[in-house]
Design a protein around this ligand. Structure first.
Ligand SMILES: *[C@@H]1O[C@H](CO)[C@@H](O)[C@H](O)[C@H]1NC(C)=O
Ligand SMILES: *[C@@H]1O[C@H](CO)[C@@H](O)[C@H](O)[C@H]1NC(C)=O
Length: 145
């Protein structure tokens, strides 16, 4: 029984990682793009159902991996939610990772408008902008491999 479990685990790991394109992989995460358009909260729920969260981004390399993978995923001018949202006056990631390490806000962002409580990444230069969380958008999840 022990031997059987031992043998099954590597097979499962290979299966899971092969289901994520290597271009969408970084730091043991798979970036999964939602093609349907959802409000921010529903997009986060969809990411949780995939085993992750809306993507948090912690350095320029991760930003580049996501930005390039998005071009392949959407083949179009598509902006997409990332996991940044405003709780009170402070910005947070839905996966609760540290928001203070890295941001890539567009010039003039984040706008200090009460309803603009969620952030998306722009298709054209990967800058982040704020918008009403109820608006419908594509989204990117980070799912641990
Ligand atoms: C953010 O930086 C701190 C050190 O300044 C580090 O301990 C932490 O792991 C970093 N968090 C992320 C998510 O990179
Ligand atoms: C978050 O990152 C900032 C900046 O790197 C660091 O000063 C702070 O200690 C970190 N907080 C946690 C909880 O790791």
């Amino acid at each position: 029984m022990f031997l059987r479990c031992f043998l099954l685990i590597p097979v499962l790991v290979v299966f899971v990682s092969s289901s994520c394109p290597s271009s969408n992989t970084w730091k043991k995460n798979c970036y999964v793009f939602g093609t349907e358009k959802l409000g921010f909260s529903k997009a986060e729920v969809a990411c949780i159902q995939k085993g992750g969260h809306l993507a948090s981004i912690h350095d320029f390399f991760e930003l580049d991996v996501i930005g390039q993978a998005a071009e392949f995923a959407y083949h179009s001018r598509t902006d997409y939610w990332i996991g940044a949202y405003k709780l009170g006056k402070t910005w947070q990631w839905t996966d609760k990772s540290n928001f203070s390490n890295f941001t890539d806000w567009a010039r003039g962002e984040p706008q200090n408008i009460a309803e603009y409580g969620c952030a998306f990444m722009t298709y054209f230069n990967w800058d982040w902008k704020t918008e009403n969380c109820a608006n419908l958008k594509s989204y990117v999840c980070t799912v641990p491999i």
